[in-house]
Design a protein around this ligand. Structure first.
Ligand code: TXA
Ligand code: MG
Length: 343
């Protein structure tokens, strides 16, 4: 790293111009968006984009999202936009929403992993928006984390794993949402949610009248199964310790089941809602917050804390799938490598 830019609590955004130039020139910049931190490079420069894959240790068949700051950029990288797609763009840009569109020829193959489509997002975070504006090109950026680890929602969590791999780090404090964007692809005029996020199925349905939730969101992909979003087949967000996700609609049942399982282990760790934590006072616990919004913000940092405790098992309290709850459960089920029980 050449430079650390501290923009926490700052309003004048000094230094973003230099970071934008760095991107344009082919460098790597770690920067905040409203969802999670991104590891950004010039999205039209293959060599620069290659650096992202090697920094993350990311498989080359997993495509990247291009981040734009205005609709003029969109028209250069996407074509044949349909009415339904147009409506979604109008409703959810800028924001925590990625749409998969037919790409143009200027989008390098490394960005899309050879696909004819490209994921495009216009972040609403002010630092991200200004950075793209200064770079003057779409920024290719995956979540900032080594592949397989939880995404970074603050610089502290990812500093050690990425500091030697990037040119500039922009610190914007904690990200607002805490979970990555909703990824949507429109197929035969129906929007399919490939990855759930803050923009929910209900919101999408309100705009275009219908929506499909891809079944891989909460289910394992079988070997050789064709899936729309390559990222969904990889081990993700998972601590090294064995994890189990437990959910019940009834609070008493949930608490009792977690206790029952915890009692069969020597050194269990329980991740629970603040409201339930006193029920687990005889065990080691981590508090994940109470509301779905708080849990979204905290969950990746919480998952990063797990291994430090060296538990024999991590039992995680599941949440309802309402609203952003579906996105939380999607990340937790993956963190637990599909070890999930509902009682
Ligand atoms: O909130 C976010 O989306 C963050 C911030 C930095 O913008 N970015 C992010 O990127 O989460 P990444 O690379 O970690 O996840 C992108 C997901 C992957 O699951 C990938 O497979 C999928 O989007 N994706 C990207 N391009 C695609 C395409 N053309 N077709 C299908 N899926 C695509
Ligand atoms: Mg990621």
């Amino acid at each position: 790293m050449e430079k650390y830019l501290d923009l926490r609590n700052k309003k004048e955004y000094k230094g973003i111009e230099e970071a934008g130039q760095k991107i344009k020139a082919g460098g790597l910049v770690l920067f905040p968006t409203e969802t999670v931190y991104g590891l950004g490079a010039n999205g039209l420069n293959s060599e620069a984009v290659e650096k992202i894959y090697s920094a993350k240790g990311r498989k080359s068949d997993n495509p990247l999202i291009l981040h734009i700051s205005n609709l003029e950029m969109l028209s250069k990288i996407a074509q044949g936009i349909t009415k339904v797609e147009q409506k979604l763009i109008q409703a959810f840009f800028p924001g925590p929403f990625t749409i998969i569109l037919k790409r143009t020829d200027i989008v390098p193959d490394v960005v899309t992993a050879g696909l004819e489509t490209v994921g495009i997002r216009m972040p609403s975070g002010e630092i991200a928006r200004r950075l793209i504006e200064e770079a003057g090109v779409p920024i290719a950026a995956p979540s900032a984390n080594i592949s397989g680890k939880p995404s970074g929602t603050n610089v502290q969590d990812i500093y050690e794993e990425l500091k030697d791999k990037v040119d500039i780090i922009i610190d914007g404090g904690e990200t607002e949402v805490g979970l990555e964007s909703t990824v949507v692809q429109v197929i035969d005029e129906i929007p399919h949610i490939l990855r759930p996020g803050k923009i929910t199925a209900e919101q999408i349905k309100e705009v275009v009248g219908n929506v499909e939730i891809d079944k891989h969101i909460l289910n394992k992909t079988e070997k050789d199964q064709k899936i729309l979003s390559p990222g969904m087949k990889y081990r993700h967000y998972a601590p090294n310790s064995k994890c189990l996700l437990v959910y019940s609609k009834e609070k008493d049942k949930l608490v009792n089941k977690i206790k029952e399982i915890a009692n069969t282990y020597d050194n269990p760790l329980i991740i629970s809602k603040s409201d339930n934590i006193e029920n687990f006072s005889e065990f080691k616990t981590i508090d994940m917050g109470n509301t779905l919004e708080d849990i979204s913000k905290n969950i990746f940092t919480v998952l990063r804390k797990v291994d430090k405790e060296k538990p024999s098992i991590v039992i995680i309290e599941g949440v309802s799938r309402d609203g952003i709850g579906l996105a939380i459960m999607n990340r937790l089920i993956r963190a637990c490598e599909y070890n999930y029980i509902e009682v």
